[in-house]
Design a protein around this ligand. Structure first.
Ligand code: NI
Length: 294
């Protein structure tokens, strides 16, 4: 046999192999012929199948539309505002930034009203809560966090920490942190000492950044919404930490006007941790902050 013969016979056998493979699946042929036979015998069967699939598809689509419509209805009736003002849509670029902080709560009487206002105005705030109040209102603590606010500690019993034995002060600080951790699964991110009173040992015991304030609304004292707004606006500045108390109805009442007035003056609101992040300030445990400025 010459080399040409060899190669030609090889290619021939290859060709035979290919055609053999092509013709091997007799099952397919059977299937096709079965369908063809069915098609010939029952020409309406195809139409029935198409109509059936069509009906199923339409029902499925209707079901989806109904559930979507229901969602719209729920959103529209429960919260018409929130749909348009999502936290992620807040424009912070080019704005002077401040942090609203609320102490001594949460209170079941006043805090829910404040939460509703903050949601409507799309303002995240920082809540320096008392351990004893948090313990009595765990659902409110969870709601505060779930709505994008920052949960911070204001100690357990609002004691003047520099006037009591250090061991008692440490116990008070730790108890509040444990209460918040039990409710949320994590410790508070920041601590504010009652009356702002602290010393090096207390700051160390807090084991978080220690936050005071740069704008004191004196809301607890004046209990007057106009005074709260005017005091705030006379002291407000970029990077400000604004002190309020969510346990007083007048403080909660002042918040919508305060937010609107500050916004008109070019301010936008953030939590303290967000403010620090934007201003590129590394908040350090045991360090004292009156405002957040780079
Ligand atoms: Ni306080």
């Amino acid at each position: 046999m010459s080399t040409q013969d060899k190669s030609s016979s090889r290619s021939r056998s290859k060709a035979i192999g290919k055609s053999a493979i092509k013709n091997t699946p007799p099952k397919d042929t059977k299937k096709v012929s079965l369908f063809r036979r069915l098609d010939i015998r029952f020409p309406w069967l195809k139409l029935v199948l198409v109509v059936f699939i069509g009906i199923v598809a339409i029902l499925d689509l209707l079901d989806l539309t109904i559930s979507k419509t229901n969602n719209h209805v729920i959103l529209a009736t429960v919260a018409p505002m929130q749909k348009h003002v999502k936290v992620t849509e807040r424009v912070l670029v080019g704005k002077k930034l401040v942090a609203l902080t609320f102490d001594d709560g949460p209170s079941s009487a006043t805090t829910p009203i404040l939460l509703q206002t903050l949601e409507e105005k799309d303002v995240p705030a920082t809540f320096f809560m008392l351990g004893k109040m948090a313990k009595n209102n765990p659902d409110l603590v969870r709601e505060i966090e779930s709505k994008g606010h920052e949960v911070a500690s204001h100690t357990m019993y609002h004691q003047n920490l520099i006037r009591i034995p250090l061991a008692s002060a440490k116990a008070d600080i730790n108890e509040a942190a444990s209460v918040i951790e039990d409710i949320l699964g994590h410790k508070p991110s920041l601590t504010r000492p009652p009356y702002g009173n602290n010393n090096a040992e207390i700051r160390k015991a807090m084991d978080t950044p220690v936050i005071i304030w740069s704008v004191d609304t004196l809301d607890w004292k004046n209990k007057n919404t106009e005074a709260i707004v005017s005091t705030t606006m006379s002291e407000i500045h970029d990077g400000a930490i604004i002190l309020m108390h969510d346990i007083h109805p007048t403080s909660v009442e002042a918040v919508p006007t305060l937010i609107d007035t500050a916004r008109k003056a070019g301010y936008e609101f953030t939590t303290i941790s967000e403010l620090a992040e934007i201003k590129e300030v590394d908040l350090e445990d045991g360090e004292l902050y009156y405002n957040i400025l780079p």
